[in-house]
Design a protein around this ligand. Structure first.
Ligand SMILES: [Zn+2]
Length: 275
């Protein structure tokens, strides 16, 4: 029994460090060039994302607009209601954009791998947007040209700047947050500091405008935001893996509902993120 436990622990920790390495590699690859929408660097990043999704066995669908494109992939399930997991992959001029937003892009790629062999009831749509820095252009384009009717979208989870997780001194929040989320917050106390229902500032806004429940994962603004100094060496990779595990559990909880569960999200904090 003990032996089995040790073997299981070793297996779990090697899977963990493997995910850390994979996320690190994604961030390093994405940050080789700036990814300003419409430039060659943005195209290179789009090609990288496509190649990684194809390696995992996903069929990739490009959605072109304004000299750039969104990268979409889906995991079909019995129900044609959609859970979106998205991140923007473009960056601003003059910044490698490690936290903003190679971090979220790498997170969605990690989730693509985690979800690959899992069965869900609802179809999962993995979405990588360009044009966020120009004013949420990519996510807005998707919402105006969705792959499924917008009223079939159950939920949207947005990962934008997840590289600066701080895990010290956080405790699980008390009600009125919904019971389902309380359980998740007990398992992942750090999530209290990164989970927002909405608030302005990123691609989830495009979906919230259609009254789709959204959750925004974001570890906060910092001095390197939109600067040359937003480099890969500054990210908390172990923290990013924890955020991805939390995101996976969150998606699997939401998968149990047949229709959008607004009450689950409505009591989450709405934090205003200054731009
Ligand atoms: Zn961003």
């Amino acid at each position: 029994m003990k032996k089995l436990l040790i073997i299981l622990c070793l297996f779990a920790s090697s899977a963990y460090s493997q995910t850390v390495d994979e996320i690190k590699n994604h961030v390093a690859a994405l940050c080789k060039t700036e990814r300003v929408t419409g430039t060659e660097g943005c195209k290179t990043a789009s090609n990288y994302i496509q190649a990684e999704l194809s390696k995992l066995g996903y069929t990739v669908d490009l959605q072109p607009f304004n000299k750039a494109n969104n990268v979409l992939a889906s995991k079909k399930a019995p129900l044609e209601t959609i859970m979106v997991i998205g991140a923007h992959y473009d960056s601003v001029k003059g910044s490698p954009g490690a936290d903003d937003n190679a971090s979220g892009t790498a997170g969605v790629l990690a989730l693509a791998k985690m979800l690959k062999d899992r069965t869900t009831r609802h179809t999962i749509s993995l979405q990588f947007y360009a044009g966020e820095e120009q004013g949420l252009v990519g996510s807005q384009y998707y919402c105006d040209h969705p792959k499924w009717p917008m009223n079939k979208h159950l939920f949207m989870l947005n990962l934008d700047m997840i590289g600066y997780a701080q895990t010290k001194g956080l405790v699980a929040p008390k009600p009125p947050v919904d019971d389902v989320l309380i359980d998740l917050f007990k398992k992942y106390p750090f999530a209290k500091s990164i989970t927002f229902r909405s608030g302005p500032g990123s691609d989830h806004e495009s979906f919230a405008a259609f009254k789709i429940p959204v959750v925004f994962l974001h570890t906060g603004l910092h001095g390197n935001y939109h600067q040359k100094s937003d480099t890969p060496d500054k990210l908390n990779y172990a923290g990013m893996v924890n955020i991805c595990k939390y995101a996976l559990d969150l998606v699997l909880v939401i998968d149990k509902y047949d229709v959008p569960n607004y009450s689950m999200f409505e009591k989450l904090p709405v934090k205003r993120i200054p731009r």
